[in-house]
Design a protein. Structure first.
Lengths: 197, 201
């Protein structure tokens, strides 16, 4: 007991002494041994975690830097597509088979293009251009499909543009009612045992 | 002990610990372990819980050691941390007991401290049967029925480790109020004992 506390004062009453004894019994308990060791052991792991935190963070940062450098390296060394010279699309006499329109030449990245740059006149070379005939022929009401053999496929009814297509009639569905056959349960017949009850 | 002398004051040890000397803090733990443990015990009522609270209080004090400037005594500062930790623990235990052991307060007026006393007293029940008489058991039981403010002051004053100033700091109450609470707790106990048939004088 400390001197500042009146607890140590003489209490004349036996009840006072009983209270003193009870409180002393409740409170005069020493801590379990090893408190210092347990406290210090809880302090050391914290310090160890702080020490480990820096290398762990450094590894993550290093991995991120490597990833960024790798992405930049691959972007700088990406191979550029080879430019393809333009080719005349249609050669010419009469109705000749259609050919695929060639793709425009690939351009180097960053160069600006204008429609006139695709013209062969831009080039200084003199390229003899073939005479381009009307590959589609005279315009008719017929719809034809081009073929290698030059045979035209004719859409039926295309010759007469005034002909009309019959309107599509949708008949409403009439769902048939579901008929379930009646379940007939035969009456349960319990046969008496052979030997009787 | 490395780096600390037995004659070093608490403040010297605090300065060493603030500089990173863990052994100096270990010496502070050794010097204050009983005061911290008993303060926690007065609050939570169970030695096992008090040991946990004491550990948490020391660890928290170590982490907050940089904020200690030496304006007050280290023990007073440490006991304030301990009391806050103990109050938090008591609240969580009371909540747990309300949910598990006793959903809803019973008619006997018991609270979590009474139930903790019963749970903790199982370890020393054999000793109780030998040493304690009926009066002692009744006093112990009646202490558990006191209001928390009176009970905390009474038990802290009875630890033998804390001055009234330290108790005042821990409870956040004026010194006169703490003294009154201790006196009032004794008066209520004696009145209840008299009601049980014990002589008041």
């Amino acid at each position: 007991m400390n001197n500042d506390s009146p607890w140590t004062g003489p209490h004349e009453s036996p009840l006072d002494r009983a209270i003193d004894r009870a409180v002393r019994k409740m409170m005069h308990v020493d801590p379990p041994p090893g408190l210092r060791r347990r406290v210090l052991s809880r302090l050391e792991p914290g310090a160890a975690e702080r020490r480990l935190f820096v290398p762990r963070y450094a590894w993550g940062a290093a991995a991120l830097v490597i990833l960024i450098v790798a992405v930049m390296f691959t972007r700088d060394h990406r191979t550029e597509p080879v430019a393809v010279a333009p080719q005349p699309s249609v050669m010419a006499n009469g109705p000749t088979p259609l050919r695929e329109r060639s793709a425009p030449p690939a351009q180097a990245p960053g160069t600006r293009t204008s429609p006139s740059e695709h013209s062969p006149r831009i080039t200084r070379e003199t390229i003899p251009m073939p005479r381009i005939a009307n590959v589609f022929g005279t315009r008719t009401a017929r719809v034809s499909a081009a073929a290698e053999s030059g045979i035209e496929a004719v859409w039926p009814g295309a010759e007469n543009p005034s002909s009309s297509v019959a309107p599509l009639v949708i008949t409403p569905l009439t769902p048939a009612p579901i008929e379930t056959p009646a379940i007939v349960i035969p009456p349960l017949v319990i046969a008496p045992p052979k030997g009787g009850l | 002990m490395t780096g600390t002398e037995p004659s070093a004051t608490d403040l010297d040890l605090v300065r060493l610990a603030q500089a990173g000397n863990v052994e100096a803090f270990g010496e502070l733990v050794e010097r204050n372990r009983r005061a911290v443990f008993r303060a926690a015990l007065a609050c939570v009522g169970s030695p096992a819980e008090a040991d946990d609270v004491a550990q948490e209080a020391f660890v928290t004090a170590y982490r907050k050691l940089a904020t200690f400037r030496g304006d007050a005594q280290f023990r007073t500062w440490l006991l304030s941390i301990t009391w806050r930790k103990a109050i938090d623990r008591r609240k969580s235990i009371s909540r747990w007991l309300r949910l598990t052991v006793n959903p809803g307060r019973d008619d006997s007026g018991e609270d979590a401290f009474d139930q903790m006393e019963r749970i903790a007293s199982t370890s020393r029940s054999q000793e109780d049967t030998v040493v304690d008489d009926e009066l002692q058991r009744n006093v112990t039981r009646l202490i558990g029925t006191l209001p928390k403010k009176l009970r905390d002051a009474l038990l802290l004053a009875g630890t033998g480790e804390h001055t009234y100033e330290q108790i005042s700091q821990m409870l956040g109450a004026p010194l006169g109020t703490v003294k009154w609470r201790v006196s009032e707790a004794r008066r209520v106990l004696k009145k209840k004992l008299a009601a049980l048939g014990y002589a008041y004088e």
